[in-house]
Ligand binder design. Structure first.
Ligand SMILES: [Zn+2]
Length: 275
């Protein structure tokens, strides 16, 4: 089965790369309603807690921008296929001119480095927003399994592998021409989505505001254990979903299932996909 899904925004080519898929343990979810619990418990196929791990390639003006890099070997045998997906698109790692990471969580940076710690994308400028860089490099991290020392060590290892290529973006600066960051803090302090704009066409990538679309679009109050600041993450989730639906933006996200590109319609406090 294909790992890539293509669309265009004006003259810019956008391709989602499916690095992998798996179900999340429902213990990773917080603020579940009674209805959510019932749905999860009665669903033998675990479709409510199913998720995809997506990266993205934006091709414009001889640039091949990779957004996020998948899980590498960190999330088991159903994940870590970023290079297969790139190959399906006709690209080798050395063809990537720019890398942008929405946030430095393992499922987004595991694929950035080889087993020996060296950079996979040797020719790429490596870009992250300033708040994200500051969070993972400045803070003392404890022994928490999530957002603790293990995750910060990985983030630091990745940053060090790309040290010579690293560009820390001030807010509002374009990633490449036509691609700009959208601050969505909370999941991590510098967590960012991005928009692609060309002519009168646009696309909005909402980053990791949702992890299990089959639950969280209907009930956006559901948070995950991975949120550094759940309250702020909730505000960003609602902001992003409202922006996508009110402006009728073609949108996608880091954990979107199929189809990858959708429009959102708000009904009550829930959101429904249309394509
Ligand atoms: Zn993620």
């Amino acid at each position: 089965m294909s790992r890539i899904s293509k669309t265009t925004v004006g003259t810019i080519n956008v391709t989602t790369l499916r690095d992998g898929e798996r179900t999340l343990p429902f213990e990773a979810l917080k603020n579940l309603s009674d209805e959510d619990f019932d749905n999860i418990k009665s669903d033998e196929n675990q479709s409510f807690t199913f998720t995809n791990f997506n990266a993205c390639v934006i091709q414009s003006q001889k640039k091949n921008l990779l957004v996020d890099a998948g899980c590498g070997t960190l999330f088991g045998p159903t994940c870590g296929f970023i290079l297969d997906a790139l190959n399906e698109l006709g690209l080798a790692p050395d063809d990537i001119t720019d890398v942008f990471i929405t946030h430095l969580h393992p499922d987004h940076i595991g694929g950035c480095i080889n087993q020996d710690g060296s950079a996979v994308f040797r020719n790429a400028n490596f870009k992250i927003v300033e708040e994200e860089y500051n969070f993972w490099t400045a803070k003392e991290f404890g022994s928490d399994e999530i957002n603790g020392r293990d995750w910060s060590s990985l983030a630091k290892n990745v940053l060090s592998a790309y040290d010579a290529q690293l560009e820390v973006l001030k807010s509002g600066k374009d990633i490449i021409s036509g691609v700009s960051t959208v601050a969505l803090p909370g999941h991590t302090p510098g967590h960012a989505g991005f928009r692609v704009d060309d002519g009168n066409e646009s696309m909005f990538h909402m980053g990791d505001i949702i992890h299990v679309p089959n639950l969280q679009l209907k009930n956006p109050n559901i948070c995950t254990l991975f949120d550094v600041d759940p309250e702020r993450a909730l505000n960003s989730r609602k902001y992003a979903l409202d922006l996508a639906s009110s402006d009728n933006l073609l949108c996608t996200s880091g954990h979107m299932l199929e189809p990858k590109y959708v429009y959102l319609e708000k009904r009550g406090s829930s959101y429904f996909t249309t394509s």
